[in-house]
Design a binder for this molecule. Sequence first.
Ligand code: NAD
Length: 408
Amino acid sequence: MSLLQSALTRLEEAARVAGVSPETLLILQNPEREIGVHIPVRMDDGTLRKFRGFRVQWSSARGPYKGGIRYAPTVDLDEVQSLALWMTIKCAVADIPLGGGKGGVEVDPKKLSHAELERLTRGFARAIAPVIGPDRDIPAPDVGTSGETMRWIADEYGKIVGRPEPAVVTGKPLNAGGSAGREAATGQGGLYILQALQERLGKSAEETTIAVQGFGNVGYHFARLARAAGHRVIAVSDSRGGVAVNSGSLEPEALMEGKKATGELPMPPQGKRVTNAELLEISCDVLVPAGVENQITEENAGRIKARLVLELANGPTTPEADAILEKRGVTVVPDVLANSGGVIVSYFEWLQNREGRVWEEREVNERLRQTILAALKAMQKLKEEKKTSFRTAAYAVALTRLEEALRG
Ligand code: NAD
Protein backbone atom coordinates (compact mmCIF):
# COMPACT_ATOMS: atom_id res chain seq x y z
CA MET A 1 0.00 0.00 0.00
CA SER A 2 1.44 3.42 -0.91
CA LEU A 3 1.82 6.08 1.78
CA LEU A 4 -1.06 8.05 0.27
CA GLN A 5 -3.30 5.00 0.14
CA SER A 6 -2.69 4.34 3.82
CA ALA A 7 -3.39 7.99 4.68
CA LEU A 8 -6.64 7.85 2.68
CA THR A 9 -7.65 4.53 4.28
CA ARG A 10 -7.35 6.13 7.69
CA LEU A 11 -9.26 9.20 6.53
CA GLU A 12 -12.13 7.06 5.24
CA GLU A 13 -12.30 4.98 8.42
CA ALA A 14 -12.36 8.12 10.57
CA ALA A 15 -15.04 9.69 8.34
CA ARG A 16 -17.33 6.78 9.23
CA VAL A 17 -16.59 7.15 12.95
CA ALA A 18 -17.01 10.95 12.89
CA GLY A 19 -20.17 10.67 10.79
CA VAL A 20 -19.11 13.42 8.38
CA SER A 21 -20.96 13.73 5.08
CA PRO A 22 -19.82 11.93 1.91
CA GLU A 23 -19.27 15.38 0.36
CA THR A 24 -16.81 16.40 3.09
CA LEU A 25 -14.89 13.19 2.48
CA LEU A 26 -14.99 13.70 -1.29
CA ILE A 27 -13.48 17.19 -0.96
CA LEU A 28 -10.76 16.04 1.44
CA GLN A 29 -9.72 13.01 -0.62
CA ASN A 30 -7.70 15.12 -3.06
CA PRO A 31 -5.45 18.18 -2.84
CA GLU A 32 -6.81 21.56 -3.91
CA ARG A 33 -3.63 22.17 -5.90
CA GLU A 34 -0.36 20.39 -6.63
CA ILE A 35 2.52 21.77 -8.59
CA GLY A 36 5.62 20.07 -9.93
CA VAL A 37 8.68 22.13 -10.83
CA HIS A 38 12.07 21.53 -12.41
CA ILE A 39 14.84 23.60 -10.88
CA PRO A 40 17.99 24.22 -12.93
CA VAL A 41 21.03 24.63 -10.66
CA ARG A 42 24.57 25.69 -11.59
CA MET A 43 26.87 23.24 -9.82
CA ASP A 44 30.27 24.18 -8.38
CA ASP A 45 32.07 22.46 -11.31
CA GLY A 46 30.25 24.70 -13.82
CA THR A 47 27.78 22.09 -15.08
CA LEU A 48 24.01 22.62 -15.01
CA ARG A 49 21.79 20.05 -13.26
CA LYS A 50 18.02 19.93 -12.91
CA PHE A 51 16.15 18.88 -9.78
CA ARG A 52 12.50 17.89 -9.44
CA GLY A 53 10.41 19.63 -6.76
CA PHE A 54 6.80 19.61 -5.59
CA ARG A 55 4.40 21.73 -3.57
CA VAL A 56 1.09 20.17 -2.67
CA GLN A 57 -1.69 22.32 -1.20
CA TRP A 58 -4.19 19.89 0.27
CA SER A 59 -6.74 22.02 2.09
CA SER A 60 -7.23 25.69 2.91
CA ALA A 61 -10.62 25.12 4.56
CA ARG A 62 -9.31 26.27 7.96
CA GLY A 63 -6.65 28.79 6.86
CA PRO A 64 -3.53 29.28 4.71
CA TYR A 65 -1.74 26.05 3.72
CA LYS A 66 1.03 25.10 6.15
CA GLY A 67 3.68 22.42 5.84
CA GLY A 68 7.37 21.65 5.63
CA ILE A 69 9.75 21.22 2.74
CA ARG A 70 11.67 17.94 2.59
CA TYR A 71 14.97 17.37 0.75
CA ALA A 72 15.58 13.66 0.19
CA PRO A 73 16.50 11.42 -2.74
CA THR A 74 13.27 9.45 -2.21
CA VAL A 75 10.89 12.44 -2.44
CA ASP A 76 8.08 11.88 -4.91
CA LEU A 77 4.56 13.19 -5.44
CA ASP A 78 2.94 10.34 -3.48
CA GLU A 79 5.04 11.11 -0.41
CA VAL A 80 4.47 14.86 -0.58
CA GLN A 81 0.72 14.34 -1.05
CA SER A 82 0.53 12.09 2.03
CA LEU A 83 2.47 14.59 4.09
CA ALA A 84 0.18 17.41 2.91
CA LEU A 85 -2.91 15.44 3.92
CA TRP A 86 -1.36 14.70 7.32
CA MET A 87 -0.65 18.43 7.79
CA THR A 88 -4.32 19.17 7.10
CA ILE A 89 -5.35 16.71 9.80
CA LYS A 90 -2.59 17.86 12.19
CA CYS A 91 -3.50 21.56 12.07
CA ALA A 92 -7.17 20.69 12.60
CA VAL A 93 -6.36 18.37 15.56
CA ALA A 94 -4.25 21.15 17.11
CA ASP A 95 -7.12 23.55 16.38
CA ILE A 96 -4.86 26.21 14.87
CA PRO A 97 -6.26 28.33 12.01
CA LEU A 98 -4.12 26.83 9.26
CA GLY A 99 -4.67 24.39 6.41
CA GLY A 100 -2.35 21.67 5.14
CA GLY A 101 0.38 21.56 2.52
CA LYS A 102 3.83 20.10 1.98
CA GLY A 103 6.78 20.44 -0.36
CA GLY A 104 9.79 18.45 -1.36
CA VAL A 105 12.78 18.28 -3.65
CA GLU A 106 14.23 15.02 -4.94
CA VAL A 107 17.83 15.55 -3.85
CA ASP A 108 20.35 14.10 -1.41
CA PRO A 109 21.37 17.30 0.42
CA LYS A 110 24.48 15.58 1.80
CA LYS A 111 25.84 15.29 -1.74
CA LEU A 112 25.58 19.04 -2.52
CA SER A 113 27.96 21.75 -1.35
CA HIS A 114 26.62 24.54 0.85
CA ALA A 115 26.65 26.96 -2.10
CA GLU A 116 24.86 24.45 -4.37
CA LEU A 117 22.19 23.92 -1.70
CA GLU A 118 21.66 27.66 -1.44
CA ARG A 119 21.28 28.01 -5.24
CA LEU A 120 18.88 25.03 -5.31
CA THR A 121 16.80 26.49 -2.47
CA ARG A 122 16.63 29.95 -4.01
CA GLY A 123 15.65 28.34 -7.35
CA PHE A 124 12.89 26.34 -5.64
CA ALA A 125 11.70 29.49 -3.84
CA ARG A 126 11.41 31.32 -7.18
CA ALA A 127 9.55 28.38 -8.71
CA ILE A 128 6.92 28.19 -5.95
CA ALA A 129 6.79 31.94 -5.18
CA PRO A 130 3.52 32.43 -7.13
CA VAL A 131 1.67 30.00 -4.85
CA ILE A 132 3.18 30.75 -1.41
CA GLY A 133 2.91 33.80 0.86
CA PRO A 134 2.07 34.69 4.48
CA ASP A 135 -1.67 34.57 3.73
CA ARG A 136 -1.50 31.77 1.20
CA ASP A 137 0.96 28.98 2.00
CA ILE A 138 3.69 29.00 4.65
CA PRO A 139 6.50 26.42 4.32
CA ALA A 140 8.75 25.23 7.17
CA PRO A 141 11.69 22.82 7.58
CA ASP A 142 11.35 19.04 7.43
CA VAL A 143 13.78 16.18 6.83
CA GLY A 144 16.93 17.45 5.08
CA THR A 145 16.12 21.17 5.47
CA SER A 146 16.84 23.59 8.31
CA GLY A 147 16.44 27.11 9.62
CA GLU A 148 19.06 28.23 7.13
CA THR A 149 17.01 26.80 4.24
CA MET A 150 14.03 28.85 5.49
CA ARG A 151 16.15 31.99 5.74
CA TRP A 152 17.16 31.59 2.07
CA ILE A 153 13.51 31.14 1.04
CA ALA A 154 12.36 34.18 3.05
CA ASP A 155 15.17 36.27 1.55
CA GLU A 156 14.45 35.19 -2.04
CA TYR A 157 10.70 35.69 -1.59
CA GLY A 158 11.31 39.15 -0.11
CA LYS A 159 13.33 40.11 -3.21
CA ILE A 160 10.49 38.95 -5.47
CA VAL A 161 7.76 40.90 -3.65
CA GLY A 162 10.03 43.87 -2.96
CA ARG A 163 9.67 43.96 0.83
CA PRO A 164 10.76 41.82 3.79
CA GLU A 165 8.21 39.05 4.38
CA PRO A 166 9.57 36.87 7.20
CA ALA A 167 6.09 35.39 7.80
CA VAL A 168 6.27 33.54 4.43
CA VAL A 169 8.12 30.68 6.17
CA THR A 170 8.54 29.44 9.73
CA GLY A 171 11.35 27.58 11.45
CA LYS A 172 13.74 30.46 10.70
CA PRO A 173 16.86 31.08 12.81
CA LEU A 174 16.26 33.44 15.74
CA ASN A 175 18.20 36.27 14.11
CA ALA A 176 16.00 36.06 10.99
CA GLY A 177 12.59 36.29 12.65
CA GLY A 178 12.43 32.81 14.13
CA SER A 179 10.67 31.96 17.39
CA ALA A 180 12.26 30.97 20.65
CA GLY A 181 11.53 27.31 21.27
CA ARG A 182 10.82 26.41 17.61
CA GLU A 183 13.81 24.14 17.10
CA ALA A 184 12.94 21.91 20.08
CA ALA A 185 9.15 22.31 19.71
CA THR A 186 8.32 18.94 18.18
CA GLY A 187 10.30 17.08 20.85
CA GLN A 188 8.92 19.34 23.58
CA GLY A 189 5.34 18.76 22.46
CA GLY A 190 6.00 15.00 22.42
CA LEU A 191 7.27 15.18 25.98
CA TYR A 192 4.16 17.08 27.16
CA ILE A 193 2.03 14.28 25.68
CA LEU A 194 4.15 11.58 27.30
CA GLN A 195 3.93 13.32 30.67
CA ALA A 196 0.14 13.56 30.33
CA LEU A 197 -0.05 9.83 29.58
CA GLN A 198 2.49 8.80 32.22
CA GLU A 199 -0.27 7.39 34.45
CA ARG A 200 -1.19 4.83 31.79
CA LEU A 201 2.27 3.32 32.19
CA GLY A 202 1.75 2.86 35.92
CA LYS A 203 5.30 3.96 36.76
CA SER A 204 7.23 7.11 37.51
CA ALA A 205 9.29 9.03 34.94
CA GLU A 206 12.49 7.74 36.57
CA GLU A 207 11.35 4.14 36.09
CA THR A 208 10.25 4.65 32.48
CA THR A 209 12.56 3.41 29.74
CA ILE A 210 12.49 5.02 26.29
CA ALA A 211 13.99 4.02 22.93
CA VAL A 212 14.25 6.69 20.23
CA GLN A 213 14.72 5.87 16.55
CA GLY A 214 16.11 8.87 14.64
CA PHE A 215 18.54 11.28 16.25
CA GLY A 216 17.94 14.37 14.12
CA ASN A 217 16.13 17.55 15.07
CA VAL A 218 13.07 15.84 16.51
CA GLY A 219 14.62 12.71 18.05
CA TYR A 220 17.56 14.52 19.63
CA HIS A 221 15.53 17.26 21.30
CA PHE A 222 12.93 14.77 22.52
CA ALA A 223 15.63 12.50 23.98
CA ARG A 224 17.42 15.46 25.58
CA LEU A 225 14.25 16.87 27.15
CA ALA A 226 12.96 13.46 28.27
CA ARG A 227 16.30 12.75 29.96
CA ALA A 228 16.24 16.18 31.64
CA ALA A 229 12.73 15.36 32.90
CA GLY A 230 14.10 12.21 34.56
CA HIS A 231 13.24 9.45 32.06
CA ARG A 232 15.69 6.69 31.18
CA VAL A 233 16.65 6.94 27.52
CA ILE A 234 18.01 3.44 26.91
CA ALA A 235 18.53 3.44 23.13
CA VAL A 236 18.87 5.92 20.26
CA SER A 237 19.74 5.48 16.59
CA ASP A 238 20.32 7.36 13.38
CA SER A 239 20.37 6.12 9.80
CA ARG A 240 23.67 4.29 10.43
CA GLY A 241 22.44 2.33 13.46
CA GLY A 242 22.11 2.85 17.19
CA VAL A 243 23.54 2.52 20.67
CA ALA A 244 21.87 1.14 23.80
CA VAL A 245 22.47 0.49 27.50
CA ASN A 246 21.11 -2.31 29.69
CA SER A 247 21.03 -0.20 32.86
CA GLY A 248 21.05 3.50 33.72
CA SER A 249 20.49 5.94 30.87
CA LEU A 250 22.17 7.32 27.80
CA GLU A 251 23.07 11.01 27.94
CA PRO A 252 21.68 12.51 24.70
CA GLU A 253 23.68 15.75 24.87
CA ALA A 254 26.99 13.87 25.15
CA LEU A 255 25.93 11.55 22.33
CA MET A 256 25.18 14.54 20.10
CA GLU A 257 28.55 16.13 20.86
CA GLY A 258 30.26 12.88 19.92
CA LYS A 259 28.19 12.53 16.77
CA LYS A 260 29.05 16.08 15.70
CA ALA A 261 32.76 15.38 16.22
CA THR A 262 32.97 12.05 14.34
CA GLY A 263 29.77 11.80 12.30
CA GLU A 264 28.79 8.69 14.23
CA LEU A 265 26.97 8.00 17.51
CA PRO A 266 29.76 7.32 20.06
CA MET A 267 29.76 4.11 22.08
CA PRO A 268 28.45 4.98 25.58
CA PRO A 269 30.06 3.57 28.76
CA GLN A 270 28.83 -0.03 29.22
CA GLY A 271 26.84 0.37 26.03
CA LYS A 272 26.38 -1.74 22.94
CA ARG A 273 25.64 -1.18 19.27
CA VAL A 274 22.19 -2.08 17.96
CA THR A 275 20.73 -2.04 14.47
CA ASN A 276 17.64 0.03 13.69
CA ALA A 277 15.58 -3.17 13.48
CA GLU A 278 16.82 -4.26 16.91
CA LEU A 279 16.08 -0.85 18.43
CA LEU A 280 12.42 -1.09 17.43
CA GLU A 281 12.09 -4.43 19.21
CA ILE A 282 14.11 -3.54 22.30
CA SER A 283 12.60 -4.12 25.72
CA CYS A 284 11.35 -0.66 26.82
CA ASP A 285 8.20 1.12 28.00
CA VAL A 286 8.02 3.80 25.32
CA LEU A 287 9.12 3.49 21.71
CA VAL A 288 9.59 6.78 19.88
CA PRO A 289 9.97 6.50 16.10
CA ALA A 290 11.43 9.91 15.17
CA GLY A 291 13.21 9.19 11.88
CA VAL A 292 11.34 8.20 8.76
CA GLU A 293 8.08 6.58 7.68
CA ASN A 294 7.10 2.89 7.45
CA GLN A 295 9.27 1.55 10.28
CA ILE A 296 6.67 -0.42 12.26
CA THR A 297 5.13 -2.87 9.84
CA GLU A 298 3.15 -6.09 9.65
CA GLU A 299 6.49 -7.89 9.83
CA ASN A 300 7.80 -6.52 13.16
CA ALA A 301 4.66 -5.21 14.96
CA GLY A 302 4.19 -8.53 16.75
CA ARG A 303 7.63 -8.21 18.33
CA ILE A 304 7.39 -4.60 19.59
CA LYS A 305 7.79 -4.75 23.39
CA ALA A 306 6.93 -1.13 24.25
CA ARG A 307 3.51 -0.45 25.78
CA LEU A 308 3.32 3.03 24.32
CA VAL A 309 4.42 4.12 20.84
CA LEU A 310 4.82 7.89 20.53
CA GLU A 311 4.98 8.71 16.82
CA LEU A 312 7.23 11.74 16.47
CA ALA A 313 8.06 10.88 12.83
CA ASN A 314 5.36 11.23 10.22
CA GLY A 315 3.85 7.91 9.13
CA PRO A 316 6.14 5.49 10.99
CA THR A 317 3.42 2.83 11.46
CA THR A 318 1.59 1.11 8.60
CA PRO A 319 -2.17 0.46 8.89
CA GLU A 320 -1.50 -3.32 9.06
CA ALA A 321 0.90 -2.76 11.98
CA ASP A 322 -1.66 -0.50 13.68
CA ALA A 323 -4.17 -3.34 13.74
CA ILE A 324 -1.61 -5.76 15.24
CA LEU A 325 -0.53 -3.27 17.91
CA GLU A 326 -4.12 -2.50 18.84
CA LYS A 327 -4.90 -6.20 19.27
CA ARG A 328 -1.84 -6.54 21.51
CA GLY A 329 -2.97 -3.61 23.69
CA VAL A 330 -0.10 -1.30 22.68
CA THR A 331 -1.18 2.35 22.78
CA VAL A 332 -0.12 4.29 19.68
CA VAL A 333 -0.16 8.08 19.99
CA PRO A 334 -0.50 9.07 16.33
CA ASP A 335 1.85 11.41 14.49
CA VAL A 336 -0.92 13.93 13.79
CA LEU A 337 -1.07 14.64 17.52
CA ALA A 338 2.29 13.48 18.91
CA ASN A 339 4.47 15.59 16.60
CA SER A 340 2.16 18.60 16.28
CA GLY A 341 4.41 20.68 18.59
CA GLY A 342 6.42 21.75 15.53
CA VAL A 343 3.50 23.20 13.62
CA ILE A 344 1.97 24.70 16.77
CA VAL A 345 5.13 26.73 17.45
CA SER A 346 5.41 27.47 13.73
CA TYR A 347 1.97 29.06 14.08
CA PHE A 348 3.27 31.07 17.05
CA GLU A 349 6.26 32.20 14.96
CA TRP A 350 3.94 33.33 12.15
CA LEU A 351 1.78 35.21 14.68
CA GLN A 352 4.83 36.95 16.20
CA ASN A 353 6.09 37.97 12.73
CA ARG A 354 2.70 39.34 11.76
CA GLU A 355 2.27 41.23 15.03
CA GLY A 356 5.89 42.44 15.10
CA ARG A 357 6.30 40.88 18.55
CA VAL A 358 8.83 38.57 20.18
CA TRP A 359 7.68 36.06 22.80
CA GLU A 360 10.00 34.62 25.41
CA GLU A 361 10.72 30.88 25.35
CA ARG A 362 8.76 30.41 28.58
CA GLU A 363 5.66 31.95 27.00
CA VAL A 364 6.08 29.88 23.82
CA ASN A 365 6.38 26.62 25.78
CA GLU A 366 3.47 27.40 28.07
CA ARG A 367 1.20 28.16 25.09
CA LEU A 368 2.49 25.02 23.35
CA ARG A 369 1.67 22.94 26.44
CA GLN A 370 -1.86 24.33 26.65
CA THR A 371 -2.54 23.86 22.93
CA ILE A 372 -1.21 20.31 22.62
CA LEU A 373 -2.88 19.15 25.84
CA ALA A 374 -6.21 20.61 24.68
CA ALA A 375 -5.79 18.59 21.46
CA LEU A 376 -5.05 15.44 23.50
CA LYS A 377 -8.14 16.03 25.62
CA ALA A 378 -10.45 16.46 22.61
CA MET A 379 -9.03 13.27 21.12
CA GLN A 380 -9.40 11.30 24.38
CA LYS A 381 -13.02 12.43 24.73
CA LEU A 382 -13.90 11.21 21.26
CA LYS A 383 -11.92 8.00 21.80
CA GLU A 384 -14.03 7.21 24.88
CA GLU A 385 -17.30 8.15 23.18
CA LYS A 386 -16.66 6.13 20.04
CA LYS A 387 -14.55 3.35 21.61
CA THR A 388 -11.91 3.67 18.94
CA SER A 389 -8.12 3.98 18.63
CA PHE A 390 -6.22 7.18 19.37
CA ARG A 391 -5.46 7.54 15.67
CA THR A 392 -9.02 7.19 14.44
CA ALA A 393 -10.18 9.53 17.22
CA ALA A 394 -7.60 12.16 16.17
CA TYR A 395 -8.65 11.96 12.52
CA ALA A 396 -12.33 12.09 13.55
CA VAL A 397 -11.80 15.24 15.66
CA ALA A 398 -10.03 16.83 12.68
CA LEU A 399 -12.69 15.79 10.19
CA THR A 400 -15.49 17.22 12.32
CA ARG A 401 -13.64 20.57 12.51
CA LEU A 402 -12.84 20.52 8.79
CA GLU A 403 -16.49 19.83 7.96
CA GLU A 404 -17.57 22.84 10.04
CA ALA A 405 -15.07 25.02 8.16
CA LEU A 406 -16.14 23.68 4.76
CA ARG A 407 -19.78 24.45 5.56
CA GLY A 408 -18.68 28.05 6.21
P1 NAD B 1 16.21 15.21 10.51
O1 NAD B 1 16.66 15.11 9.10
O2 NAD B 1 16.74 16.27 11.40
O3 NAD B 1 16.48 13.82 11.28
C1 NAD B 1 16.13 12.56 10.79
C2 NAD B 1 16.88 11.52 11.61
O4 NAD B 1 16.42 10.22 11.21
C3 NAD B 1 18.39 11.53 11.40
O5 NAD B 1 19.02 11.24 12.63
C4 NAD B 1 18.60 10.36 10.43
O6 NAD B 1 19.91 9.81 10.55
C5 NAD B 1 17.55 9.40 10.93
N1 NAD B 1 17.17 8.39 9.96
C6 NAD B 1 17.04 8.52 8.62
N2 NAD B 1 16.72 7.33 8.08
C7 NAD B 1 16.61 6.45 9.11
C8 NAD B 1 16.29 5.08 9.22
N3 NAD B 1 15.99 4.34 8.15
N4 NAD B 1 16.28 4.51 10.45
C9 NAD B 1 16.56 5.24 11.54
N5 NAD B 1 16.88 6.54 11.51
C10 NAD B 1 16.89 7.14 10.32
O7 NAD B 1 14.61 15.28 10.44
P2 NAD B 1 13.60 15.76 11.57
O8 NAD B 1 13.22 17.15 11.29
O9 NAD B 1 14.11 15.35 12.89
O10 NAD B 1 12.32 14.87 11.19
C11 NAD B 1 12.17 13.51 11.63
C12 NAD B 1 10.73 13.09 11.42
O11 NAD B 1 9.87 13.94 12.17
C13 NAD B 1 10.22 13.13 9.99
O12 NAD B 1 9.29 12.09 9.80
C14 NAD B 1 9.50 14.48 9.93
O13 NAD B 1 8.55 14.54 8.91
C15 NAD B 1 8.90 14.50 11.30
N6 NAD B 1 8.54 15.82 11.80
C16 NAD B 1 9.47 16.80 11.92
C17 NAD B 1 9.10 18.03 12.48
C18 NAD B 1 10.09 19.12 12.72
O14 NAD B 1 9.73 20.08 13.42
N7 NAD B 1 11.31 19.04 12.24
C19 NAD B 1 7.78 18.25 12.86
C20 NAD B 1 6.85 17.23 12.74
C21 NAD B 1 7.26 16.00 12.20
